[in-house]
Design a binder for this molecule. Sequence first.
Ligand SMILES: [Fe+2]
Length: 612
Amino acid sequence: MDASSSSFLSAIQTSKLLTGTMAMTIPKSAVTTTPSFLSRHLPSLNVSSVRIEEKPQNSTTRPTTSRTSRPASSTTTLPAATKPTPSTRKSPANDRRVVEPNQPTMMFNVLEGVINNFIDPPLRQSVDPRYVLSDNFAPVDELPPTECEVIHGSLPSCLDGAYIRNGPNPQYLPRGPYHLFDGDGMLHSIRISQGKATLCSRYVKTYKYTMERDAGAPLLPNVFSGFNGLAASAARGALSAARILAGQFNPANGIGLANTSLAYFGNRLYALGESDLPYAVRLTSNGDIETLGRHDFDRKLLMSMTAHPKVDLETGEAFAFRYGPVPPFLTYFHFDGNGNKQPDVPIFSMTRPSFLHDFGISSKYAIFADIQIGMNPMEMIFGGGSPVGSDPAKVSRLGIIPRYATDESEMKWFDVPGFNIIHAINAWDEEDAVVILAPNILSVEHTLERMDLIHALVEKVRIDLKTGIVTRNPVSARNLDFGVINPAYLGKKNRFVYAAIGDPMPKISGVVKLDVSKGERQECTVASRIFGPRCYGGEPFFVAREPENPEAEEDDGYVVSYVHDEIAGESKFLVMDAKSPGLDIVAAVRLPRRVPYGFHGLFVKESDLKKL
Ligand SMILES: [Fe+2]
């Protein structure tokens, strides 16, 4: 599971920011010298690379960075980095300069310290950076393209391109509450050519990242951890409103993190986070990663888009949606084969805001899950709990709408009690039925607060569109998520699934291969690999050995993933033979620097990289 309900959270946060007041009592002791929150909230972590905001060397006020006007193209170029001054230093390894925060920034930071120290309730484990950023969840610096060593086997020739994985990597060490989903997006790309590999790690240069880098301090609110009871929520709302009025940031430019996933369609590669527009990125010829800008598809895409668009490799089309806290709570849309966005299809039959992180696409339909997880406003404000919560009284349902619908008139909803999916693996059509394959979160009440208690059971759900009968079959008893397939089978009946073993979530101890064509009431695991003691990976990704060969078997290819050894402190890139019963490792690449645990990844072949 990953960054999830940030779409409606960010919208609510923004409205709170704009309506918040400046009324706040500041204890005199708090506005003194070194804020005590630094010592209170600096976790005892093994972090040597992440930035801690700089203290001022003098009282010089730096000029604020002006926003660029919207260019003619639909990719918005971000504010240029502030020209280096004598007060800035440039690191040779990346573009992260040490910047002195100006006086307003320092003043607002002191106020934030007051909130962290005196208003926040005690930190829950889910937002305590000492837990959230422990082990290999700790952030790293950027890494320029660096050659890697193949330490086992050899890299298959079909791996000609780049495996790129997204994930949270906070630019600044958190001063207060921090949730795993609040980190700035960082892409870790391993580019493979002629059996050689090059690793590069770069932040997605979002508006948030860029403004905060240039300011030398965090400015924008943390959406997932910013709600901590009524007083702290109100105080943070007021502080953010003050920052906006002071011109420190403009929420109209998006406050998204682009930390969740990647997608390639319309000859463009995007870094995605569902609370904002996609950010177009590209790989340079030497393996470096560049952010091209925030992309609004000729001003046709508003506000946000799911981080899980479905790309049909046959047609080149991409299918997507956005959701939010105000009607329509769900809006469906797609892009044609050239990447042009088609008109919105608002779904008003979704009658309350729900947590919609992913969906399914078959050849004929789009399938949405209206689950028991949604906004939890009372607990969020008065209880000091998570902004997202479960409603045990709600009956989950699946909504099925024609793939090319222009309105929701043909959409049908089917009750599927207790079916709470965060991710979908695949969907397909069977005569008069639709089948969706997805991990069902059994312990739905732990969605955001206690991921370690989550158990996800992969189910095959068949809906007879004529009779309305819903048939459900679990395909494995294991705790599985991050399930992927051969990408060529999107929307078609597939047999094989590769899924990550949560042990416990969000740590991934291994990968399994499922054969979902097996009969009912059977464990469908046909192959597995456990990474070893204190070795954890992430979402697997399947790369076909002969992607252009229509006769190739579905599982003829390789499963790849980054894996980290917490004992040795070393990360590797593993290539596993998808057809072998032990998911045998055919190649292991020692990475020159650790890659933190993250979310979703993508393999982009060289011929597609050249189009960017
Ligand atoms: Fe996800």
